[in-house]
Design a protein around this ligand. Structure first.
Ligand code: COA
Length: 162
């Protein structure tokens, strides 16, 4: 099963929106109190045998000294898709001369917390209660996440690239 990763192209928009909707029920992704229009971001698509298998979207911070992974998702778990997309995001950061790449995941996502650490990413910060605060403005943000855990906090992971 050949796995390939390529940059997002204009013709991917429908597939991207469907993928974001599957995992986040929206194209607007909140992270660290900021809202990102994820279907307009750069990133990469993974394909297995030419079929869509996963997506990573990335935001370059102002000044481009660091960038943030806004979404990472796999439609084909346990086939190396997530790892390949995360590696592509790191390569994107290096290509843009970023010293740091970071992301957040919510406190309920124990699988992702394990996944990032397995790939050498480190805890950078705990943003305690930030999801609760954003939910006051966007009540559609679900209260319960994976395993019925209340979604309240964002955990920030980072990787220094220098
Ligand atoms: C987190 C997520 C992106 C991981 O994607 P994935 O495609 O399953 O990731 P990988 O296949 O690269 O790695 C998963 C495991 O499969 C294993 N694996 C990789 N290729 C494999 C293969 N060919 N055969 C068997 N196992 C394999 C990996 O070793 C890894 O295990 P490890 O973490 O113990 O090392 C995915 O679970 C997902 O989409 N979650 C929902 C969205 C989400 O929560 N995103 C993160 C929040 S920001």
């Amino acid at each position: 099963m050949p796995l390939t990763v390529r940059p997002i192209a204009a013709h991917d928009l429908d597939e991207i929106r469907a993928e974001l909707d599957t995992h986040w029920h929206s194209n607007e992704i909140w992270s660290l109190g900021r809202c990102h229009q994820a279907d307009a971001l750069p990133g990469f698509i993974a394909e297995i045998d030419g079929a869509f298998a996963g997506l990573v979207t990335i935001n370059l911070d102002p000044g481009a000294w660091q960038c943030e992974v806004i979404t990472l998702s796999s439609r084909s778990p346990q086939h190396g898709v997530g790892g390949a997309l995360l590696a592509a995001a790191e390569e994107f950061a290096r290509a843009h001369d970023c010293g740091r790449i970071y992301l957040t995941t919510t406190n309920d996502n124990t699988h992702a917390i394990r996944f990032y650490q397995r790939r050498g990413w480190q805890f950078a910060a705990l943003h305690k209660g930030i999801v609760d605060r954003v939910r006051k403005v966007i009540p559609e943000i679900p209260l319960l996440g994976f395993d019925g855990i209340q979604v309240r906090d964002e955990i920030e992971f980072e990787r220094w690239l220098a």
